[in-house]
Design a protein around this ligand. Structure first.
Ligand code: NAD
Length: 378
């Protein structure tokens, strides 16, 4: 079995889909690994480290993927990137498939079996493969670090001879994986932390981290969690009540981190221009949902916007701002999935196409889009 690790063609992507640690593991189960030259450079992994772990290094993508049975990437391959790939090769990445009909068709036309790691079911067996969690956790941490760097004041309360510095007030909107890590990080820095979510389960989790939970806890809130553990899109009536609550709270905050997402939908708008204008100059908002349309009305992807002295930070690819750690966890997620696709005795690929993990993540196969959620419309 041959595994190819490609460089990312998106210049803003810093992560890599394998590390020397996972290369050693692939080698241990009998695979040959080829890494495209420079694939790990932005994550601080020189080619020599991959070679020392047993990989060979190929000068370019077409050499790397030649004869590969499994092709690993962070992002969905661009059209043409897989030319020369073996028919039926498995391509495993974060595929970002929603609303990407043309890209999915291109993957089908490339005759590869494309797997979207972000569609991995959130069941116990697949926790080790959960890229959404491994990356969101880092994004939540980094959001608070970025906020503290943009904020012109200290976060913890300090009692000094020259006077007392008050603790910063940090409000986290959306208390899923990223939000809870943001709560924990803000607490560690000594902030006074509050958090909100529409899912009732989040309340206890926020409180267990020592933060205060704030939400409109009506009948709709009690029903807001789907069977899969995600948030539903809330009604206009709920959103109005939530906006009223947030408006009065946000004016007193120094830092706000927004993380709210709804699978397959644009991010809910939680912070309006008027709310931004109610905040003190010097306050900072980090919008972690900016790549999904943003939770903040004025956030711009890839930019820091300043409005009335309030900074609205919309960094793209926040996990990629911790490229080494994000790559290390992502690579382990991929390894854990690939391991399930291999027969341990023959050391050859033996994909069980009926396995729920395979069915949930496989987008294309044998020249067609096979995932039920992404069937082309007539
Ligand atoms: P996510 O990234 O989809 O959304 C982030 C948070 O935003 C969620 O907590 C969501 O409830 C919240 N949100 C959505 N709309 C909102 C709104 N209008 N106002 C305020 N908040 C809003 O979520 P996630 O971090 O991927 O977590 C989703 C769920 O999956 C959680 O229940 C989490 O505990 C669960 N989970 C389970 C596993 C597992 O069992 N293996 C692993 C990770 C996460």
């Amino acid at each position: 079995m041959r595994i190819a690790v490609l460089s990312e063609t998106d210049g803003a992507e810093t992560r890599v889909s394998a590390t020397p640690e996972t290369v050693k593991k692939y080698k241990a189960f009998g695979a040959d690994v080829t890494v495209q030259a420079g694939a790990g450079a932005k994550a601080g992994i020189p080619d020599a480290e991959f070679e020392a772990a047993g990989a060979s290094v190929a000068a370019n993508a077409s050499d790397a993927l030649k004869d590969a049975d499994v092709i690993l990437k962070v992002r969905r391959p661009a059209e043409g990137e897989l030319s020369g790939a073996k028919p039926g090769a498995l391509v495993i990445a974060i595929m970002d498939p929603y609303g990407q009909e043309a890209a999915l068709k291109a993957l089908a036309d490339a005759n590869v079996a494309a797997f979207a790691m972000e569609l991995m079911p959130r069941i116990t067996r697949a926790q080790v493969m959960d890229v959404l969690s491994s990356q969101a956790n880092l994004a939540g941490y980094r959001a608070v670090i970025d906020a503290s760097a943009e904020y012109g004041r200290a976060i913890p309360m300090m009692m000094t001879a020259a006077g007392t510095v008050p603790a910063a007030r940090i409000f986290i909107m959306g208390a899923g994986v990223a939000g809870l890590q943001a709560v924990a990080t803000a607490r560690r820095l000594g902030a006074v932390v509050t958090a909100t979510d529409v899912r009732p389960a989040a309340k206890e989790q926020v409180e267990s981290l020592g933060a205060k939970f704030i939400a409109v806890e009506d009948e709709e809130f009690k029903q807001a969690e789907t069977a899969g553990g995600y948030a539903k899109e809330m009604s206009a009536e709920y959103r109005a009540k939530q906006a009223e609550l947030v408006a009065s709270h946000i004016a007193k905050q120094d830092i706000v981190v927004t993380t709210a997402l709804i699978p397959g939908r644009p991010a809910p708008k939680l912070i309006t221009r008027a709310m931004v204008e109610s905040m003190k100059p010097g306050s900072v908002i980090i919008d972690l949902a900016v790549e999904r349309g943003g939770n903040v009305e004025m956030a711009q992807a890839g930019q820091v916007v300043e409005h009335n002295g309030v900074k609205i930070v919309g960094h793209n690819n926040v996990p990629g701002r911790l490229a080494a750690t994000a790559s290390s966890l992502y690579a382990k997620n991929l390894y854990a999935f690939v391991e399930t696709l291999v027969n341990k005795d023959t050391k050859e690929l033996a994909v069980k196409w009926d396995d729920e993990l395979v069915k949930a993540t496989c987008l294309t196969r044998d020249g067609a889009i096979v995932h039920t959620a992404f069937q082309p419309t007539a």
